[in-house]
Design a protein around this ligand. Structure first.
Ligand code: OAD
Length: 234
C-alpha cells in the first residue's frame, strides 16, 4: 500500500519527552482552569496571567526538552514513505520539528511564535512575552499575544487538513484523547472517505470505537514498529 497518509498527534506523543498532557485527573491544566488561561476573554481580562502561563510553558520547553522515539518514527515515515504524509498536530511544542519532521501543520498554534495584534504578523518568540515586547515588524509595544489557538477560536490550516483527510488512504491518530473538536472528528471524515483508521494511545479513548484498529501502548514504544510495518507494506 502506498496511498496518502494523514497523521494527527496530541499531547500523548510528547508525554515521554516530559511535557505533561492536558487532561489530568483533577481537570486542571498545570493548576489552571482552561477558561483562565486559554480563551480570548481571559487574555482581554488578564493578559499578564495568560502571558505568564505561556511564558512558563515556553521556558520549560526550551530548557532541554527533546524529541522522543515516537516523534522520530513519524519523521522517518515522512522521509521514507513513497506517497504523501501530512502530519497535523494539536501540540504547540516544536518536538516534531526537532524529531526531524519537515512538514508539520500546527492546528492549535505554536508556543515559539507570537502574533502582533497591531499589524497581524507572526514572529518567532524564544523569550518571555509581556507589556514591553516589541513587534520586530511594526515596532508596536505590548501587542504581541501567543500564537496559540484558544477555545472559541478557529483552528489553523483547516481547509488544507480537510482536503487531505478526504484524500487519505490511511488516518493515524496518536496520543490524543479525542475530546476536542474539530480534531476529534477527523477520524470520521477519513473513514467516510474510505481510509483505513488506526489509533495509537496508552489507554482506550472516547473515540477508540471509531477506529478500525487500535494500538495500545506508549507512542515512543509502539510507533517505531508500526512505522516499520507501514514502510514494508507491499
Ligand atoms: P489530552 O491530554 O486530552 O490527551 C492525551 C492523550 O494521550 C490521552 O488519551 C492519553 O491516554 C494519551 N497518552 C498519554 N501518554 C501517552 C503516551 N506515552 N503514548 C501514547 N498516548 C499517550 O491531550 P490532547 O488530546 O492533545 O487544545 O488535547 C487536545 C487539545 O486539548 C489540546 O491541543 C489543547 C487542549 O485543550 C488547545 O490548546 C486549543
Amino acid at each position: 500500500m502506498s496511498g496518502n497518509i494523514v497523521i494527527l498527534t496530541g499531547a500523548g506523543i510528547s508525554a515521554e519527552s516530559g511535557i505533561p498532557t492536558f487532561r489530568a485527573a483533577d481537570g486542571l491544566w498545570e493548576g489552571h482552569r482552561v477558561e483562565d488561561v486559554a480563551t480570548p476573554e481571559a487574555y482581554e481580562r488578564q493578559p499578564e496571567v495568560v502571558q505568564k502561563f505561556y511564558n512558563e510553558r515556553r521556558r520549560y520547553l526550551l530548557n532541554g526538552i527533546e524529541a522522543n522515539e515516537g516523534h522520530r518514527a513519524l519523521a522517518r515515515l515522512e522521509a521514507e514513505y513513497p506517497s504523501e504524509v501530512l502530519l497535523v498536530t494539536q501540540n504547540i511544542d516544536n518536538l516534531h520539528e526537532k524529531g526531524g519532521s519537515q512538514k508539520v501543520l500546527h492546528m492549535h498554534g505554536e508556543l515559539l511564535k507570537g502574533r502582533c495584534l497591531a499589524c497581524g504578523e507572526e514572529c518567532e518568540v524564544v523569550g518571555d512575552l509581556g507589556p514591553d515586547s516589541q513587534c520586530s515588524l511594526c515596532e508596536e509595544r505590548g501587542k504581541i499575544r501567543p500564537a496559540i489557538v484558544w477555545f472559541g477560536e478557529m483552528p489553523d490550516h483547516m481547509p488544507q487538513i480537510e482536503k487531505a483527510l478526504m484524500e487519505a488512504d490511511l488516518f493515524l491518530s496518536v496520543g490524543t484523547s479525542g475530546q476536542v473538536y474539530p480534531a476529534a472528528g477527523f477520524v470520521e471524515i477519513a473513514r467516510v472517505a474510505g481510509a483505513e483508521t488506526i489509533e495509537v494511545n496508552l489507554d482506550e479513548t472516547i473515540g477508540s470505537s471509531r477506529f478500525a484498529r487500535t494500538v495500545r501502548g506508549k507512542a515512543g514504544e509502539t510507533l517505531p514498529g508500526l512505522v516499520e510495518e507501514l514502510l514494508n507494506r507491499p
